[in-house]
Design a protein around this ligand. Structure first.
Ligand SMILES: NC(=O)c1ccc[n+]([C@@H]2O[C@H](COP(=O)([O-])OP(=O)(O)OC[C@H]3O[C@@H](n4cnc5c(N)ncnc54)[C@H](OP(=O)(O)O)[C@@H]3O)[C@@H](O)[C@H]2O)c1
Length: 296
């Protein structure tokens, strides 16, 4: 596609490489990060690639001339703090432009933002991602999108530069609801895998041999393939942090209550993650559930 003017707010583990892919695809990218040293680091890394890049002092300034503005911050309140107010992106955006939120947040926030954007003639998409740091760095994310099909058609080809799959699942909030489904699956699978590997250890089996055999059958999972070695080694200083997972499960469990969807296993695993936080493992990868079994 032809090059367009974009802005990217939130250069964390995910946003930093995602904004880099936009620049590499030839789009102009104006970045904003609350901690400005991180934005300078981004410019030093991506300032020379094809797209024109610079940094802004506020989210509003970053969004000023952008056709598509991307956000990837922490939680609902973090999103509100970069969207609303005199220095928020919405104050700088013009009618016809599009705001895409890649933060994992609530579906209620997505609906709220769609209305706030519509009042200014701005399109909105909730577009949480899956694939982790590696997916962001390799441009291989899965993006789950909610919003109007008209707005999706504008932003989809731009998001494609850091995704292996970009899919619209319904109106505003549908992307966040789909991400909740994803997190429910991950919580249950990881606790099952943690118990399985813990059982194998206690039985004196060779973990690599066991996984080599069972990963060719019905027990196979992404988590098994990609996490069994580090789980066996007790290495959790990487990956998707327990603190983020608890934020996601809190949103999911609250949403489940409003939908009368029963999530007993998800609620239990959420409490297991609270135990991991109590060991000081808030920044450990979510596969650290096995550590709780070893300690209790
Ligand atoms: N990491 C993963 O594997 C992964 C996978 C899928 C989805 N996600 C989701 O993607 C989002 C970002 O995750 P991440 O791992 O990139 O997080 P991160 O590394 O902690 O980065 C968070 C970014 O948001 C900014 N930020 C947070 N609160 C802010 C506020 N109130 N005002 C302005 N800026 C604010 C931070 O700025 P500072 O630099 O100033 O702190 C930083 O740039 C989260 O919603 C997370 O759940 C993460």
């Amino acid at each position: 596609m032809s090059s367009i003017k974009t802005a990217f707010v939130g250069l964390g583990v995910m946003g930093f490489p995602m904004a880099g892919h936009l620049a590499a695809a030839g789009h102009s990218v104006r970045v904003y990060n609350r901690t400005s040293s991180r934005a300078r680091e981004w410019l030093a890394r991506f300032g020379d690639v094809a797209g024109a890049t610079d940094m802004a002092a506020t989210p509003r300034e970053a969004a000023g001339s952008a056709e598509v503005v991307f956000l990837c911050v922490g939680n609902d309140d973090d999103v509100r703090s970069v969207v609303y107010g005199d220095s928020g992106v919405l104050a700088g955006m013009s009618a016809g432009s599009v705001l895409v939120d890649h933060t994992t947040a609530s579906a209620d926030l997505a609906r709220e933002l769609e209305s706030a954007c519509a009042a200014k003639g701005v399109g909105f998409l909730d577009a949480p991602v899956s694939g982790g740091q590696a997916g962001a760095e390799n441009g291989q994310l899965t993006i789950m999108v909610g919003g109007s099909s008209q707005t999706f058609q504008i932003a989809e080809p731009v998001m494609a530069c850091y995704a292996k799959s970009v899919r619209r699942l319904g109106d505003a909030g549908a992307g966040q609801l789909t991400k909740m489904v994803n997190q429910i699956c991950i919580a249950g699978v990881l606790q099952g895998l943690a118990e399985a590997l813990h059982f194998a250890e206690q039985a004196g089996l060779d973990i690599a041999d066991v996984v080599d055999v069972i990963s060719k059958g019905a027990a196979q999972s992404w988590q098994m393939e990609n996490r069994y070695k580090t789980m066996a080694a007790g290495d959790f200083e990487f990956g998707f942090a327990v603190n983020w997972m608890r934020k996601d499960l809190d949103i999911t469990l609250r949403t489940g209550r409003t939908l009368s969807a029963r999530l007993p296993l998800t609620a239990l695993v959420d409490q297991f993650y609270a135990d991991v936080q109590a060991y000081g493992g808030g920044r450990w990868d979510t596969s650290s559930l096995i550590e709780r079994l070893r300690r209790t």
